[in-house]
Design a protein around this ligand. Structure first.
Ligand code: NAD
Ligand code: MG
Length: 385
């Protein structure tokens, strides 16, 4: 029985993770649940899964949750940084599903590694912001970080059973988002409602906007470099609108191995938890008689996020963290309708251009760079809306 802590249990990945746990009661058990503030949903999850601990961000939500649950349930309710730390560090936890959105996921993910837990990683922002630190801390403890992101799960699967040193190219697939065919001159009129409407995947708000700007692919370029220890030159982004080919690895002899499946995150989540085994599901296969699979080049001029991400991946050090933090602030400003869609690129580029790159010697340096980039982004947003 694998005992699981879920960080971000009320989000899109969190809900899909619980769906997997529900399907395999003989394989998986929930030990702790965490979210920011969706206490209605969390209360329902606690009633169903009876975890040892549940954590939220604010004390007032913890109090509210406690009174809502009454005295009948033994789940301990905790809050804040210490709360998340306790939730992931419990002796009874084998694996932590890291599915908080944004760089808020970094602290609890690092705490989980410090507590010797395996990680099923959805929170790509923590690898982008603090890749080397996260990977080195996990390596020191001989811990596995299994990818939940569908492309990285695909790459992982395409590398399995092969020699990594014989891999020559990673073809990172991208749906292209809802604005693949829109002219760049129309970008300034795109509304948050249009940008949230992803053609193939159903996801949380932040990653949906990132998919529309293709910054999600940008973050994934860096995530792949960090996770698989690859130079950015080996990564080629391929637009594949149907999201059936989840990514591919090309080998030195010209052979390409691809991983395919329906665009359903539950498959990647399940594999991150069942690896090295595969458990039987009724998810089924794509219906190829109904499908045309297409592949295109991405448009780097329309989607400057890709160039910015490749630049960050080359520079490394504090640059990816800076790009990620600026992007987060830009995305939330766009959702609040403080900036236009096309200004998301502008904010990120501006903050990156002004950034003085430095090396991280501790996790505190990462928090410092993240904070600096957010302040710079907010300043730019305030002056330009
Ligand atoms: P979401 O917005 O649906 O859910 C986010 C979760 O994080 C919620 O449970 C929320 O309560 C929690 N949270 C937010 N801020 C927090 C904070 N400050 N402290 C504690 N908890 C906090 O997001 P999502 O779409 O599920 O994405 C989660 C992560 O997984 C992101 O990093 C995303 O890039 C990655 N990811 C998501 C998908 C997908 O299909 N949704 C696919 C690949 C990777
Ligand atoms: Mg992905």
């Amino acid at each position: 029985m694998k005992k699981i802590a879920v960080l971000g249990s009320t989000g899109s990945i969190g809900l899909n993770t619980l769906d997997i746990v529900r399907r395999f009661p003989e394989k998986f058990e929930i030990t702790s649940l965490s979210c920011k503030s969706s206490i209605d949903v969390l209360a329902g999850q606690i009633m169903e899964f009876r975890p040892e601990i549940a954590s939220v961000l604010e004390k007032k939500d913890a109090m509210d949750l406690k009174s809502r649950l009454g005295g009948s349930i033994s789940t301990k309710i905790v809050f804040g940084d210490e709360g998340y730390k306790e939730a992931v560090s419990l002796k009874n936890v084998d694996v932590v599903v890291s599915a908080i959105v944004g760089s808020a996921g970094l602290k609890p993910t690092i705490e989980a590694i410090y507590a010797d837990k395996e990680i099923a990683l959805a929170n790509k922002e923590s690898l982008v912001a603090a890749g080397d630190i996260v990977i080195n801390e996990a390596k020191k403890r001989n811990l596995k970080i299994l990818p939940v992101d569908s492309e990285h799960s695909a790459i992982f699967q395409c590398l399995e059973g092969n020699r990594k040193k014989e891999a020559a190219k990673i073809f990172l697939t991208a749906s292209g988002g809802p604005f693949r065919k829109k002219d760049i001159s129309e970008f300034k009129n795109i509304t948050p409602e249009q940008a949230l409407n992803h053609p193939t995947w159903s996801m949380g708000a932040k990653i949906s906007i990132d998919s529309a700007t293709l910054m999600n692919k940008g973050l994934e370029i860096i995530e792949a470099c960090v996770l698989f220890d690859l130079p950015p030159e080996m990564i080629e982004v391929v637009v594949h609108p149907q999201s059936i080919v989840h990514s591919m690895v090309g080998y030195v002899d010209g052979s390409i191995i691809a991983q395919l499946g329906k665009p359903d995150m539950r498959e990647a989540i399940l594999y991150s938890l069942s690896w090295p085994e595969r458990y039987e599901t009724n998810f089924g296969f794509p219906d190829f008689s109904m499908l045309d699979l297409n592949f295109e080049k991405p448009d780097f001029e329309k989607f400057r996020s890709l160039s910015l991400a490749f630049e960050s991946a080359l520079v490394r050090k504090s640059m990816p963290c800076t790009m990620n933090a600026a992007n987060e602030e830009a995305v939330y400003a766009f959702l609040r309708k403080e900036i236009r869609f096309d200004q998301i690129f502008e904010v990120v580029e501006n903050v990156m251009n002004k950034h003085n790159v430095f090396s991280f010697s501790s996790i505190e340096d990462v928090f410092y760079a993240d904070h600096q980039a957010r302040s710079k982004a907010l300043e730019y947003i305030a002056n330009n809306h």
